[in-house]
Design a protein around this ligand. Structure first.
Ligand code: ADP
Ligand code: TRP
Length: 324
């Protein structure tokens, strides 16, 4: 079984990305084969500063390794290092109905907001399908927002197989644990588009500052409070063990505490939680050549598979045209 997923380097990773996606990818790295890549070609539809895109791509790789992605167990690579995917994307494009892409939400939402979309955003799901099909992927762990794209991928694979004979392995989505939805410092879903994130590797001082800024209500201290619906409690729960969670919940229900105390406890827990990855990150940053080595070896292994699949697809549709 091959597990594959990609993550866009459109900003530095935050708590939401970690608990909602990255941690679960890492847990899946013991699948028979796990492929993870940094989707810099997809990010190009939003990040237009070349220096920044390159830096964010490298940072994403460093972060994933620091957080426990193990190159001995998983293949880690940069999307653009596998040009076979872009070639496969074209083959898929020729069997993609316009109507299918017009219904895809990334494009539809942008259009609904009156913004002009480019062909990159419009055809984004086809590139994503190529990412998946290029490696004969069986399982694709993704968040809810990407399920539609996996459906598009399955449609395109089925159509290609129907037209040209069995070529692609049919992938299935594995929905990431939705209960891991992480609130931001304003209580809304944490997202870089809402400017409410706490980054994974923020300097401890600025992390503390942000934690202290987490929005809370102004009810009197004595009043008992319901922990489950409180976003500060939800954030604390990400880092606490069961006993600590229960103790904190009891404190909420009893009342007579200040949110400041909870914030302090959260800051301590979060700092301790990321201390080891932070140290690993520093070591990696001091030795960028090690990171590049991992990425090059990852790309080599990814290309090995992708070139086999690309040739299979080219032969199937009649563009592997060579003197025999
Ligand atoms: P952002 O919303 O900050 O732009 P992305 O859309 O790039 O984040 O998300 C990358 C991955 O992280 C996706 O799989 C997404 O489901 C997950 N993710 C992002 N924010 C959260 C959150 N607040 N809670 C849970 N998962 C999240
Ligand atoms: N579109 C995905 C996201 O924004 C990232 C991605 C690109 C991806 N190609 C993929 C995820 C292939 C899974 C499989 O989160």
């Amino acid at each position: 079984m091959r597990v594959l997923s990609g993550i866009q380097p459109t900003g530095r990773f935050h708590w939401g990305n970690y608990f909602g996606a990255i941690r679960q990818y890492i847990e899946l790295q013991d699948a028979d084969q796990a492929f993870y890549f940094i989707a810099n070609l997809h990010a190009l539809t939003t990040v237009r500063d070349p220096e920044q895109l390159c830096q964010l791509t490298f940072d994403a790789a460093v972060d994933l390794l620091a957080l426990g992605l193990d190159p001995e167990r998983a293949v880690l690579f940069i999307q653009s290092h596998v040009p076979e995917v872009s070639e496969l994307c074209w083959l898929l494009m020729t069997v993609t109905p316009m109507g299918l892409l017009e219904r895809c939400h990334a494009y539809k939402d942008k259009k609904a907001r009156g913004l002009s979309a480019d062909a990159g955003l419009f055809t984004y799901p086809v590139l994503m399908a190529a990412d998946i099909l290029a490696y004969d992927s069986d399982v694709v762990p993704v968040g809810e927002d990407q399920i539609q794209h996996i459906e598009v991928c399955r449609d395109l694979a089925a159509k290609f197989n129907h037209l040209f004979g069995e070529t692609f392995v049919m992938p299935r989505a594995k929905l990431l644990d939705a209960s891991a939805k992480v609130p931001g410092i304003d209580g809304e879903k944490m997202s870089k588009s809402y400017n409410n994130t706490i980054e994974l590797f923020e300097p401890p001082k600025s992390m503390r500052k942000k934690i202290m800024r987490i929005k809370t209500d102004s009810r009197p201290m004595e009043e008992p409070k319901e922990p489950e619906t409180d976003h500060l409690y939800q954030l604390y729960s990400l880092f606490a063990n069961e006993t600590e969670r229960e103790e904190m919940a009891a404190l909420y229900r009893r009342g007579g505490f200040g949110y400041g105390e909870v914030k302090k406890a959260l800051a301590e827990k979060a700092e301790a939680f990321f201390a080891e990855p932070r140290q690993r990150r520093e070591e990696l940053v001091a030795h960028p050549e090690r990171v590049w080595e991992v990425l090059h070896e990852g790309a080599r292994r990814a290309r090995e598979k992708a070139s086999e699949v690309l040739q299979r697809a080219q032969e199937a549709c009649g563009v592997f045209c060579q003197r025999r």
